[in-house]
Each structure stands twice: as structure tokens, then as C-alpha cells.
Design a protein around this ligand. Structure first.
Ligand code: ADP
Ligand code: MG
Length: 263
């Protein structure tokens, strides 16, 4: 039996909080247990594409072409070195998307339209990796998704950023995507020796309750090294703490997905 594809958008308006790292490594962990997974790289910086070792010459067709309806996902997706994991890569064309599409009445629905015109039923999960702002690319990703996954760095302004993000999610629900759920909030770059980080974890748990995953992603140098080898950290160093944390997070996500499906 074909299960339904779940579209999960990884979003946070701040840069450097672990969106791309989370998208790549969750996707890899899920692919490793046999699920077919697609990443749509919606950040013009293309870190997900680079981090998965996709060379420039493999990016002739990109997320931009899919968004504007010129190409289907099947035409744009390329295989990665991770079995079961494909990516629709990013190119700098994405930088022009916002301006070019500004007067299109369906400008926030371009990704949803594109995905509904593509056959994505072979994928169990689609992760959209977003740029660090609430721009039209992020809005398209939120408009197309079943759920949003929020990486949050354990730092002083974490709660402020989170409350802005929750406001945006409410706005998206009341305008473009009433069914958007919050899959969860994952705390990233956690350092247990840092008192502030512990305080942030406790504040975020108070504020968001069980929406916060139990798994904390530790700050781990292996995680930051992996992208320069064009590999998810799970392939680069399976045993390191960062890899083990992402594998544990993937299992929490599967449990939540099961609970949501049963509800
Ligand atoms: P974003 O996509 O939100 O901008 P990234 O995932 O690119 O954030 O992460 C920002 C930087 O921090 C990258 O250089 C990445 O390798 C590094 N990084 C992310 N997660 C960790 C971690 N758990 N430990 C150490 N470095 C990390
Ligand atoms: Mg990124």
C-alpha cells in the first residue's frame, strides 16, 4: 500500500540555526531505514545541495524551474549519494523568484501547485529547506506543507524568534494553509556545559510543551565538518554524537507522524 506523502517544511527566519543541517540529516536518517525522501532546496545559497555533494553541473534544472511551473519534480530531482534520497537542487535563479512572481495572484501557492502537478507519490517524505527569512520562498514552503519543523538554536534570543515564527504560522493558517501543523521544535547546537543553553531549553519547553522534541542536537564539530565533504554527518561519521542525535530525532518524528496519521 502506498502511504501518503508528507511534506515537512524546515523553517526559521534566522540564519545559522541548523535548518539545512537538520533537513539533510533527518532526510538521510529516514532514507537509511528505507523511506523514499526528497529534499527541495529553496535557499538560493544552496547549502543543502552543496552539503549533499551536488555539483553545479547537476543543477541544470532547479527548484526555481519547478516553482515557476516549467519543470516537474521528476524532471528536476537528482539522486544523491545516499540511497533513497533525492534533491531538487537550488540555483541562484531563486534570487529572482520573488520579484518575477510578485504580481502573480498565485504567488504564495507556486510550490503547492507545482507539487500537485508533479507525481510525488513515490516519496514518503518531502523536506523543504528554507532561506533565513519570511520571504516568498518560505511562504511557498509553508503554503505547500503538511507540517513545519522548527530548528531553534539554544541562545538568548531563541524565544523571541520562536514567537515571531509562531505568529507567522498563525497568519499562514488563516490565509494560505489552514491545515499547517507544527511537527515540532528541535533545539540545536546544544552545549550542556553552558548554563544559558540549559535555561533556554527549559524556557522553550515551558513555552511549547511537548511540541519540543526530547532529542537535543549537541554542538558537535563533526556536524560542521561534514558539509565540506559533501556528505551528511550520518555518512561522514555515523558514531559521532551529532549523527546519533539526528537518528534519534528521526525516530521521534516517525512516532509523531504515526500518531498524527492515527488521529
Ligand atoms: P541554517 O540552514 O539555519 O542557516 P545550518 O544548518 O547551515 O543553518 O548551520 C549553520 C552552521 O552551523 C553550519 O556551518 C553548520 O555546519 C553548523 N552546525 C549546524 N548544526 C551544528 C551542530 N549541531 N554542531 C556544530 N555545528 C553545527
Ligand atoms: Mg540553510
Amino acid at each position: 500500500m502506498n502511504q501518503k506523502t508528507r511534506i515537512i517544511t524546515v523553517a526559521n527566519q534566522k540564519g545559522g540555526v541548523g535548518k539545512t543541517t537538520t533537513a539533510i540529516n533527518l532526510a538521510t536518517a529516514l532514507a537509511a531505514i528505507g523511506e523514499k525522501v526528497l529534499i527541495v532546496d529553496l535557499d538560493p545559497q544552496g547549502n543543502a545541495s552543496t552539503g549533499l555533494g551536488i555539483e553545479r553541473n547537476q543543477r541544470e534544472i532547479s527548484a526555481y524551474d519547478v516553482l515557476i511551473g516549467e519543470k516537474t519534480v521528476a524532471e528536476a530531482a537528482v539522486h544523491t549519494a545516499v540511497p533513497n534520497l533525492d534533491i531538487v537542487p537550488s540555483t541562484l535563479d531563486l534570487l529572482g523568484f520573488e520579484l518575477e512572481i510578485a504580481s502573480d495572484p498565485r504567488r504564495v501557492f507556486k510550490l503547492r501547485d507545482a507539487l500537485s502537478h508533479s507525481d510525488i507519490s513515490n516519496y514518503r517524505y518531502v523536506f523543504c529547506d528554507c532561506p533565513p527569512s519570511f520571504n516568498l520562498l518560505t511562504m511557498n514552503a509553508m503554503g505547500a506543507a503538511n507540517a513545519i519543523l522548527v530548528p531553534l538554536q539554544c541562545e538568548f534570543f531563541a524565544l523571541e524568534g520562536l514567537s515571531q515564527l509562531l505568529d507567522t504560522v498563525s497568519e499562514v493558517r488563516s490565509t494560505i494553509n489552514p491545515k499547517l501543523e507544527i511537527q515540532g521544535v528541535v533545539l540545536t547546537m546544544y552545549d550542556s556545559r553552558n548554563n544559558l543553553a540549559q535555561q533556554v531549553v527549559s524556557d522553550v519547553r515551558d513555552y511549547m510543551g511537548d511540541k519540543v522534541y526530547k532529542t537535543l542536537i549537541p554542538r558537535n564539530v563533526r556536524v560542521s565538518e561534514a558539509p565540506s565533504f559533501g556528505k551528511p554527518v550520518i555518512l561522514y561519521d555515523l558514531k559521532c554524537q551529532g549523527s546519533q542525535a539526528y537518528i534519534q530525532l528521526a525516530s521521534e518524528i516517525i512516532q509523531r507522524e504515526r500518531a498524527l496519521a492515527a488521529a
